[in-house]
Design a binder for this molecule. Structure first.
Ligand code: PLP
Length: 400
């Protein structure tokens, strides 16, 4: 009989994908489910990017490429880091993989030994702890709660560091909270990190371009240059360019790490899709004009969702500055009784009752390592969001 490997037994499947699957199943049964679980923009990939892919096919760019990316894409990435982040990288410091996910996974596979610790600020993107576990490391959670705007403080970071700490993960704007670290926040964390040379920093900048209220973007290797030699700056085209299905993620960092990752890629996935790589070249080098208007649309949706959720009894919803998620607290709903007669004792039960009663799918906070909260992805139309938030208001009003 089949039995999972010991490594895999330490890992759970992605809870966000599980919620989305459950909502889809209910929809198949004819229910009018609104799914706010998935983390992908609802916009189409811009036309110039699609055209570049079609041209690449017609040119015959359909073969194996260099395992960690074509030179043209690496050059576009180098130019992006210079233009947008003021960071100098050489093409030998750049690596491309089929999505941001494998970039992070490969970085851990390339660097972690048993017993190595990775500091994961909580709430976290669901895949971080499990990728650390898959790579044989140990996730160490550092609470970044609502009181500190869901941002890691220098004190909490200092307390989490041990001689075994290998990596700190930073993610700004954050999935699931939308929190954004300012340059000042990063400098304060940098002061701590400068004292601990064994700690490397993996910064997941995937949501860089989904930024609101005129916030300025900052990434740690830029604002704390002393950390440049132990920072892996990771990014991708999935969210900024609405290219989740194309599967292109990239990173830049110290050459030995990039080389080690390339060894893994060469013995596992090989190159990211050649056609998608050419599309990514156009995404990075072509017009960036659609980014700001799309961010404006997200900001309007954010305002709508935050206002409506703060009008739901028992919910407190902070206003995030980026990404397309809100992470409201349901502390005021705990201990109340749902229409089904069930007493809500945690956020998983809240999400479960909400799905059964009002057919709105959200992801419970425990999945992201901080309760009692839930996450809404507002990457959908204002009319759907209005309907979903009305249902949530009705559900909260029905709690006794
Ligand atoms: N990092 C964060 C914080 C994300 O939310 C996601 C996608 O949901 C990724 C990385 C992975 O992106 P990709 O689809 O390029 O693998």
């Amino acid at each position: 009989d089949f039995s999972e490997s010991d490594t895999l037994k330490r890992v759970k499947p992605s809870p966000t994908i599980a919620v989305t699957a459950k909502a889809r199943e209910m929809a198949r049964q004819g229910k009018k489910v609104i799914s706010l679980g998935a983390g992908e923009p609802d916009f189409d990939t811009p036309e110039n990017i699609c055209d570049a892919a079609i041209k690449a096919i017609k040119r015959g760019e359909t073969r194996y490429t260099d395992v960690d990316g074509i030179p043209e894409l690496k050059a576009a990435i180098v130019a992006k880091f210079k233009r947008e982040n003021g960071l100098d990288y050489k093409t030998t410091q750049v690596s491309v993989s089929p999505g941001g996910k494998p970039v992070i996974y490969n970085a851990f596979m390339a660097s972690l030994n048993a017993g190595d610790e990775v500091i994961v600020p909580a709430p976290y993107w669901v895949s971080y702890p499990d990728m650390v576990l898959l790579a044989g490391g140990t996730p160490v959670f550092a609470v970044a709660g609502m009181e500190t705007g869901f941002k890691l403080t220098p004190e909490t970071l200092e307390a989490a560091i041990t001689p075994k700490t290998k990596w700190l993960i930073l993610n700004s704007p954050s999935n699931p909270t939308g929190a954004v670290y300012t340059a000042a926040d990063l400098k304060a964390l940098g002061e701590v990190l400068k004292r601990h040379p064994q700690v490397w920093i993996l910064t997941d900048d995937m949501y860089e371009h989904l930024l609101f209220d005129g916030m300025e973007y900052a990434t740690i290797a830029q604002v704390v240059p002393e950390l440049y030699d132990r920072t892996l700056t990771m990014n991708g085209v999935s969210k900024a360019y609405s290219m989740t299905g194309w599967r292109i993620g990239y990173c830049a960092g110290p050459e030995p790490l990039i080389k080690a990752m390339s060894k893994i890629i060469s013995q596992s996935t090989s190159n990211a899709c050649s056609i998608a790589q050419w599309a990514a070249v156009e995404a990075l080098n072509g017009t960036q004009d659609f980014i700001a208007p799309r961010a404006d649309i997200f900001q309007k949706r954010r305002d709508l969702v935050v206002a409506m959720l703060n009008n739901a009894r028992g919910i407190t919803c902070p206003t995030p500055e980026g990404a397309f998620y809100v992470y409201p607290s349901i502390a005021g709903c705990i201990g109340k009784t749902a229409p089904s007669g069930k007493i809500i004792t945690n956020d998983e039960e809240f999400a479960g009752e909400l799905l059964q009663t009002e057919e709105v799918a959200v992801v419970h906070g425990a999945a992201f390592g901080l309760s009692p909260f839930f996450r809404i992805s507002y990457a959908t139309s204002e009319s759907v969001l209005t309907e979903a938030c009305s249902r949530i208001q009705r559900f909260c009003a029905s709690l006794k």
